[in-house]
Write a protein that binds this ligand. Structure first.
Ligand SMILES: [Zn+2]
Length: 108
């Protein structure tokens, strides 16, 4: 007597990594490091999820605002940077002291 396997209901898992990230994001800018500690995942994972979060937020009428990374030495802002990740080196002064980008969520 074998029971038929119950299919897992889709989208019923209460805490996917993205959802746990979402619950921490608000109008206060947080870096990937902040978020990684709050949501219990690596910074790399946070960066990997952010582009998807930006999309799903958009569908909810919200937007993910990115405070661009900036050079601590000369003040250069990485505004043109399409990716969410922290740049490793400043193109202006070539130093590596970079403030990471910060993320917040706002209504459209
Ligand atoms: Zn610089």
């Amino acid at each position: 007597m074998t029971k038929p396997r119950q299919p897992r209901p889709p989208r019923e898992q209460s805490n996917t990594p993205r959802q746990s990230l979402l619950q921490w994001l608000n109008d206060e800018p947080l870096t990937a490091r902040d978020l990684s500690q709050m949501a219990g995942m690596s910074e790399k994972d946070v960066y990997a999820h952010l582009p998807h979060l930006a999309k799903s937020l958009k569908q909810q009428g919200l937007r993910l605002e990115v405070l661009p990374a900036g050079c601590q030495s000369c003040g250069y802002l990485f505004e043109e940077r399409a990716q969410f990740t922290k740049p490793s080196r400043c193109p202006e002064c070539r130093r590596e002291r970079i403030d990471p980008p910060a993320f917040s969520v706002h209504p459209k």
